[in-house]
Design a protein around this ligand. Structure first.
Ligand SMILES: [Zn+2]
Length: 241
């Protein structure tokens, strides 16, 4: 019945790739080219304080960036579902084990959008993995993380609280990780409310955080060091530069 309906709909409006708008099959949200690019995306690990393992399925660029935009700004469910499927396809099997917890959006932004990318991906991840989901985190309105300088984001993470009891083993889910400040705030709140294991899975990760250089113990420390160096340079008197 559903297939018949999809076929009938495809006669009226031919299905298009949600990322590049090229024509695609009635059952495909992505065209063959975008699908191949997504399949070739490389997962990465991100160092986040308080999170045992922070794993991301793809680099935040190209098709992955297009899917995130379609979810976040197009408010579309099929790309959220495709992002969740990609996470399941590429994640180490033992990683998604516990209770799925979406990273909460700030209340004002959620009210304005009426659609929460992290929650939609988390829902689908819960359905596909069989892990239950609890939306137990709340986030206070505060300065937007997106578009703020890295140092500012790290210095003033969002305020996150737990409503009720935290799951013992939590799998935090978000669409994108950039500095990790939001994931760290969520992990801190969960651990404060009794969580013993906190892992994080995100669909996309910003490219800069992919690899450690020799001698670096964590990406987090590297960022801290870089921010400090930036600050020192800005505050030094002219003659000393
Ligand atoms: Zn495409």
């Amino acid at each position: 019945m559903r297939a018949c309906f999809a076929f009938a709909a495809s006669l009226v409006a031919p299905p298009r790739c949600v990322v590049c708008k090229a024509a695609t099959g009635p059952r495909n949200d992505l065209c063959a080219h975008c699908e191949a690019e997504l399949q070739a995306s490389r997962p990465s690990l991100v160092a986040v304080p308080g999170v045992d393992v922070a794993w991301s399925a793809a680099r935040y660029a190209g098709v992955a960036g297009g899917l995130v935009a379609a979810i976040k700004f197009g408010h579309l469910l099929p790309p959220a579902s495709r992002a969740a499927r990609r996470i399941i396809e590429a994640a180490p099997p033992a990683l998604i084990d516990g209770t799925v917890v979406p990273v909460p959006a700030a209340p004002l932004r959620l009210r304005m959008r009426g659609f929460d990318a992290a929650e939609e991906i988390a829902h689908e991840l819960s359905r596909l993995s069989g892990c239950r989901m609890t939306a137990c985190l709340r986030r206070a309105d505060g300065p937007r993380q997106v578009g703020r300088p890295r140092g500012e984001r790290l210095a003033s993470p969002p305020r996150v609280t737990v409503r009720g009891k935290a799951p013992r083993e939590a799998v935090l889910v978000d669409d994108v990780v950039t500095t990790g400040a939001t994931l760290a705030a969520c992990a801190l709140a969960l651990r404060g409310a009794g969580a013993e294991r906190v892992v994080a899975v995100t669909f996309a990760s910003s490219e800069k955080r992919l690899a450690l250089r020799p001698g670096e113990r964590s990406l987090w420390e590297r960022d801290e060091r870089r921010d400090r160096a930036d600050r020192d340079q800005r505050t030094q008197p002219r003659g000393h530069r």
